[in-house]
Design a protein around this ligand. Structure first.
Ligand code: 2NL
Length: 335
């Protein structure tokens, strides 16, 4: 017999000391005391010993067998009772489970950024209904009955006289009806146009602004919009005011900024012009003031409107309008 019963005992007890899990102890029990176990084999091999050594060896082997059996059972019981005591208790040493943080949609972020810039310039926020009457959406804004912008193709009609607003100006008309000048408001919100292709969605976000007071000139319009552009884009962004037409402003101007991508050299984004259109503006048409009862001899004002999707595209380099509405987390969580 190469290994003595004492060596077997030592080995079994030292392995038992390092066991942490009930399964490990059960495996040790099988290895030493099982039908093909080390001790069982040892007892069988006793028959090969000289006959005078057999009684002592057999006695000792049975003692060790009993001792190990008792030890295995004791340790198993101890580990199992520790495990069940730990159940239901909090292990303060475990790492915490991370709670995923929410985030805002890029259009919400940019709308808020636009608003906060105008709030710093002294404007108040005005919000109102997305379902409007024909009067507030068109008539009051000097959009005559047969104007193309009122066409069935562009406007969602709820009924003959009720539409989904096509811009947020109706809210500004409502404010002017309610208060005398001075007025300094911005109207953010969703607007609707019956239009859907790669560059148009039937719903989009707009921010409009209106400032009315004594002695407001086109110079004030340029000053406020220049300050805005320098805050929403880089403070050294060049911009230009280009003559345009809107039924509710006269004169009207569109504002272009020097292309963010190519710095004016000409690229695919600016169609090689070096300029990007970002908003429309103008001095409020006297007909609009007459509709809300403002004295056009005492007051002048300017107004402007911009699409939030477009501003966000230029700020973040987003190349496809559809990304805003697909709700793909891989896109949304980047902002
Ligand atoms: C654009 C252009 C514009 C206005 C909106 C406005 C509102 C009132 C009176 C006069 Cl109450 N004008 N709004 C003026 C000029 C342009 O929007 O491109 N929007 C996306």
């Amino acid at each position: 017999m190469e290994t003595s019963i004492e060596q077997i005992r030592e080995q079994a007890l030292s392995q038992l000391k390092t066991a942490l899990h009930p399964d490990e102890i059960k495996a040790l029990s099988v290895r030493y005391l099982g039908r093909k176990g080390v001790i069982t084999q040892f007892l069988r091999d006793i028959s090969k010993l000289p006959s005078e050594e057999r009684p002592e060896a057999g006695k000792r082997a049975n003692e060790v067998k009993k001792e190990l059996d008792t030890s295995f059972k004791e340790i198993l019981k101890k580990i199992e009772s520790q495990a069940s005591a730990a159940k239901g208790r909090i292990d303060v040493s475990l790492p915490g489970r991370a709670v995923p943080r929410g985030f805002l949609h890029p259009l919400t972020l940019v709308t808020r950024e636009i608003c906060s810039i105008f709030i710093k310039l002294g404007f108040d926020i005005a919000e109102g209904p997305e379902v409007e009457t024909d009067y507030y959406n068109f008539e009051a804004l000097n959009l005559p009955k047969n104007h193309p912008a009122r066409d069935m193709q562009d406007t969602f009609y709820v009924s003959d006289n009720i539409v989904l607003r096509t811009q947020t100006s109706p809210m500004q008309i409502r404010v002017m009806e309610q208060q005398a000048p001075p007025v300094r408001i911005i109207a953010p919100g969703k607007v609707y146009r019956c239009d859907s292709d790669i560059t148009h969605t039937p719903m989009f976000s707009q921010v409009e602004g209106l400032l009315v007071d004594k002695d407001i000139s086109f110079g004030d319009l340029k000053g406020i919009l220049t300050a805005f552009v320098h805050q929403i884009f880089d403070k050294d962004t060049s911009l230009r005011f280009r003559p345009s037409f809107f039924p509710f402003t006269e004169p009207s101007a569109e504002v272009d900024i020097c292309c963010i991508m190519c710095k004016g050299r000409g690229c695919r984004i600016c169609s090689n012009t070096g300029w990007l259109e970002i908003l429309g503006s103008g001095m409020v048409h006297p007909a609009v003031f007459e509709n809300v009862g403002y004295d056009t001899n005492r007051y002048t004002g300017f107004a402007f409107g911009m699409g939030v999707e477009r501003i966000a595209m230029l700020k973040y380099g987003i190349d496809d309008l559809r990304k805003y509405f697909e709700n793909d987390f891989r896109f949304l969580r980047q902002f």
